[in-house]
Design a protein around this ligand. Structure first.
Ligand SMILES: Cc1cc2nc3c(=O)[nH]c(=O)nc-3n(C[C@H](O)[C@H](O)[C@H](O)COP(=O)(O)OP(=O)(O)OC[C@H]3O[C@@H](n4cnc5c(N)ncnc54)[C@H](O)[C@@H]3O)c2cc1C
Length: 364
C-alpha cells in the first residue's frame, strides 16, 4: 500500500513501537492517548521489563522472541538510546529436566547453561532445582524505551502525537475512532493498543484482568555488588512462583511473585487497594534470602489482560481495518516489536486475512 493513514489508540509500548514501525514504512500515523505521551500510568511505564528468548516446550515462541530480541537491538540504534541490559535470565528448573532443556535450547539455536545454587547466593531456589541461564535474555529499560520512542515520533514529520485525547468509541465496521469531543477520525488501519483498557473500548475475545504487586528494594550493603552483576530470575522461592529483576543503570531491584497476582474485575479500584497484605504475602513467598535485610524503596501495582484461553498476549483483527491488542499478556512488553512488525506487514500486504496472532512468550 502507498502511504496509508494509521491511527493508534494508546501510547504504551505497543502503540509507540507500532507507530515507529509504520512511520519507518512511509505511512502517516496519529497516536492518541488519554494521558501524556508516554503515560506514566500505562502498564508499560516501569523501570524494567524482562525479555526471555528460550521458551521450554514451545519452539515457535522461542523463534518469535528471538526475532523480538533482535528487533529491540535495532531499535536501540534507531532511537539512539541504550534500552537493553544484557544480564541474562536464570530460571529455576527441576534438575532431572536440565539435560532435556539444554538439548531443546541447542536445537532452537539458543545458548543456555546450568547455574548452580551457590552461584545465586541471594536467591531462593525451590528444592531439587538448579538455574538454567538464558544467556541472550536480559532486561529492557522500559520507561527509557517509551521516552525515546516518543521523542523520535515527536520529531517525525509524518507522525502526529495527540496526548490527553481519550478515545470514547471505535467503530470496527467503518474503521473510525471517536475521541472525546465528538470528532471522527478515519484511517486505512486502526490499532487499538489500550493495554488492559482495550476491553473497555472493544468487546470480542474474553480476557482475564490481572493485578500484581511489585516491591522495589535497596539490597543490604554486603549484597549490593553481587546484585549489580546478577541476572534477572524466575521460578524463585520454595513454591517457584517468584521473580526478581536486578538493579543497575539507575534502576532498583524489583521482586514479585505469582502468589501476589490476582484476577480482578476492573483496574479502577487498584489505586485504593491496601497493599500491606500483598507485600506481606510476597515476603512470605520468599524469593530472596534474608529479605528482611533489604530496604523497601517503593511498592507498585500494575495490571495486564491475558487471553482467557491461552493466558497470553494476542493481536486480533476486530474489523476490516481495525486491529486490537486484545490481550497484552505477561510478556507483552518484550513482544511489542512483533505486533509492530505485523501491523506494518499488513499495510504492505493488505491481502493478509489472518485474524489472530498469538504473541505468547512462554512461562517463566
Ligand atoms: C507486574 C507485571 C510485570 C510484567 N513483567 C513483564 C516482563 O517482565 N516482560 C514483559 O514483556 N512484559 C511484562 N509485563 C506485561 C507488559 O508490561 C504489558 O503487557 C505491556 O506493557 C502492555 O503494553 P501496551 O502498550 O499494550 O499497554 P499499556 O502500556 O497499558 O498502554 C496502553 C495505553 O493506552 C492508553 N489508553 C487506555 N484507554 C484509552 C482510551 N480510551 N483512549 C486513549 N488512550 C487510552 C493508556 O493511557 C496507556 O497509555 C508485566 C506486566 C505486569 C502487570
Amino acid at each position: 500500500m502507498s502511504a496509508a493513514a494509521v491511527v493508534v489508540v494508546g501510547a504504551g509500548v505497543t502503540g509507540l513501537l507500532t507507530a515507529v514501525e509504520c512511520a519507518l514504512a512511509g505511512h502517516r500515523v496519529t497516536v492518541l492517548d488519554r494521558g501524556p505521551i508516554p503515560n506514566p500510568r500505562s502498564t508499560s511505564y516501569d523501570q524494567h521489563r524482562v525479555i526471555r528468548t528460550f521458551s521450554p516446550d514451545d519452539a515457535d515462541a522461542t523463534r518469535r522472541m528471538t526475532t523480538a530480541h533482535r528487533r529491540w537491538r535495532t531499535l536501540e540504534a534507531l532511537l539512539g538510546t541504550r534500552l537493553f541490559r544484557p544480564v541474562a535470565v536464570v530460571s529455576a528448573r527441576p534438575r532431572e529436566r536440565l539435560a532435556a532443556l539444554a538439548a531443546a535450547a541447542a536445537e532452537a539455536g539458543v545458548r543456555v547453561r546450568t547455574v548452580e545454587r551457590q552461584a545465586l547466593p541471594h536467591m531462593v531456589l525451590p528444592p531439587d532445582t538448579a538455574g538454567l541461564l538464558d544467556e541472550a535474555a536480559g532486561v529492557l529499560l522500559a520507561d527509557r524505551a517509551l521516552e525515546a520512542a516518543a521523542r523520535w515520533l515527536g520529531a517525525h514529520p509524518a507522525v502526529t502525537l495527540r496526548p490527553y485525547c481519550a478515545v470514547t468509541e471505535v467503530d470496527t465496521g467503518s474503521g473510525t475512532v471517536r475521541p472525546a469531543g465528538g470528532e471522527r477520525l478515519g484511517a486505512d488501519l486502526v490499532l487499538v493498543a489500550a493495554g488492559p483498557w482495550t476491553r473497555d473500548l472493544l468487546g470480542g475475545r474474553p480476557v482475564v484482568l490481572h493485578r500484581q504487586t511489585m516491591v522495589y528494594l535497596h539490597p543490604p550493603p554486603d549484597a549490593a555488588r553481587w546484585w549489580q552483576r546478577a541476572p534477572a530470575a524466575g521460578g524463585l522461592g520454595p513454591d517457584g512462583l517468584g521473580w526478581a529483576v536486578p538493579p543497575g543503570d539507575g534502576t532498583l531491584l524489583k521482586i514479585s511473585s505469582d502468589a501476589v497476582c490476582r484476577e480482578v474485575a476492573a483496574t479502577a479500584d487498584g489505586g485504593a487497594e491496601d497493599q500491606a497484605p500483598w507485600v506481606e504475602r510476597l515476603a512470605a513467598a520468599a524469593p530472596l534470602r534474608d529479605l528482611d535485610r533489604y530496604t523497601v524503596a517503593a511498592v507498585k501495582t500494575c495490571h495486564y489482560a491475558a487471553d482467557a484461553g491461552t493466558g497470553g498476549a494476542l493481536l486480533a483483527r476486530v474489523g476490516p481495518a481495525v486491529w486490537a491488542r486484545a490481550a497484552c499478556g505477561g510478556s507483552g512488553f518484550a513482544s511489542a516489536p512483533l505486533v509492530a512488525g505485523h501491523i506494518a506487514g499488513v499495510l504492505n500486504d493488505p491481502k493478509d486475512l489472518s485474524d489472530v496472532r498469538d504473541f505468547r512468550e512462554g512461562a517463566a
